[in-house]
Structures are given as structure tokens and as C-alpha cells.
Ligand binder design. Structure first.
Ligand code: TZP
Ligand code: MG
Length: 221
């Protein structure tokens, strides 16, 4: 069973985190992923959800293709809310929301793999860390059109509040993040930005990721 990722490496991996599923893409998902990786995406999450999402063999096959692209680029590949799939393909990690399988149970099942947990309150954030999360997903920060059941946007102020409450864990902001907004969420205390549409809907995916990097202006090395 491999060791847990260090917080320092985790923070770096969160930098520009692409969340992708077939229904989000205007081009072939593999092409989008490869262009995003060429632009410097630091981690990819396979989130195959929503009306028309792939299931079964087709989902597995796409996961394997995206995972192979991540391996070629040397970045972690995370599966959203499907522990069976993550274990079947030996993914680098799993991301779960509050409504999914409990973080404690997922940690038991995945050994040292990366565990990301979505949190919407200070309490949920504390519990997630206590349950073995390697990073927190915080959002939606801004309004999003990419998640049907998204909660009310909390604004970058909520990230600042989590930090003020002593939540020091690796943290990625998600929801409506664009290059124009990347700087303010990083300044609020996020270690990275997670995006769907800013990358998957871009006419030039590689350039979109490069612009997110430039706008986030990470201070950590
Ligand atoms: N969780 C909170 S907001 C969101 C998820 C999966 C969707 C983010 O998509 P976009 O297009 O970057 O707003
Ligand atoms: Mg979920």
C-alpha cells in the first residue's frame, strides 16, 4: 500500500486542476485532456456525470484513455465518486462529495491513494481532514452552469474564512472560475483552481490552461 501524498506535493498538484467528463467537452475528451496537459494542467479528475454520461464499458474505456494521457504527462489522475472504477484501473485517487460514500470508508478502501472531499462548511472541512482527506474541494465559489445540483455560490470570502478558522489543508476552489477570477481565489487562500468550462469550452484549450496558470500567479514554488 503506497504512502500518503505530502501536503506540499498535494498543493502543487492542485494548481490548475481540470475536471472533465464527456458531456462537458466540445471536442473528444482525450483531445481536450491532452491539450490541457500540454498547457500545464497539474491534475485531472474524471467526472462522468449528468444526462447522457457514459456508463459501464464505455465509461471504463474513456477513463483508461484519460489515465494514460495523465501518466504520459506525469500528473495524477483522480476519479470522481466511483471507487470501484478507481480501484479497477489503479487510479491515483478519488474525489467524493458530501452525498457520496463516506470519506472514512473511502480512505479504508483506497489505501494511500489521493482522497479529495468536497466541503461547504467549516465543520465539513474539519471532518473531511479528520476522515483522511488529502485535499478539500471548496465551491461553488461563483455561479456555475456545469453542476445541476450545485449549492449557492459562497464567494472567495468563504475560502478566507476557512483559513482564518485554522483549516490549513491543501484546498482547491471550484465553480465558475475563469482567468479573470483565478487571482482572487488564490489570494483568498486556495492552493489551486479546479475548472470545467473555462477549459473544456475554450476554443484553444492549451492557451486557456496557460492563461489560468498566469492569472493564478502561484507563490509556492
Ligand atoms: N462542484 C462545484 S461547482 C462544480 C463542481 C463539480 C462545477 C464547476 O464547473 P465550472 O464550469 O468550472 O463552473
Ligand atoms: Mg459527488
Amino acid at each position: 500500500m503506497s504512502e500518503r501524498i505530502s501536503a506540499a506535493v498535494m498543493r502543487k498538484s492542485l494548481g490548475v486542476y481540470l475536471v472533465i467528463g464527456s458531456i462537458n467537452c466540445r471536442q473528444e475528451p482525450l483531445q481536450v485532456a491532452e491539450a490541457a496537459l500540454a498547457g500545464g494542467a497539474t491534475m485531472i479528475q474524471f467526472r462522468e456525470k449528468g444526462p447522457g454520461a457514459l456508463t459501464g464499458e464505455a465509461k471504463l474505456r474513456l477513463a483508461e484513455k484519460l489515465q494514460a494521457a495523465c501518466r504520459r504527462a506525469g500528473v495524477p489522475f483522480i476519479v470522481n465518486d466511483d471507487v470501484e472504477l478507481a480501484l479497477a484501473i489503479d487510479a491515483d485517487g478519488i474525489h467524493v462529495g458530501q452525498e457520496d460514500e463516506s470519506a472514512v470508508r473511502v480512505r479504508e478502501r483506497i489505501g494511500g491513494r489521493i482522497l479529495g472531499v468536497s466541503a461547504h462548511t467549516v465543520e465539513e472541512a474539519r471532518l473531511a481532514i479528520h476522515s483522511g482527506a488529502d485535499y478539500l474541494g471548496i465551491g461553488p465559489v461563483y455561479p456555475t452552469g456545469s453542476k445541476a445540483d450545485a449549492r449557492e455560490p459562497q464567494g472567495p470570502g468563504f475560502i478566507r474564512r476557512l483559513r482564518e478558522c485554522g483549516i490549513g489543508a491543501p484546498l482547491v476552489a471550484i465553480g465558475g472560475i475563469t482567468a479573470a477570477r483565478a487571482g482572487e481565489v488564490i489570494r483568498a487562500g486556495a492552493d489551486g483552481i479546479a475548472v470545467i468550462s473555462a477549459v473544456t469550452q475554450a476554443a484553444d484549450v492549451r492557451k486557456a490552461v496557460e492563461e489560468l496558470h498566469a492569472a493564478a500567479d502561484f507563490e509556492h514554488e
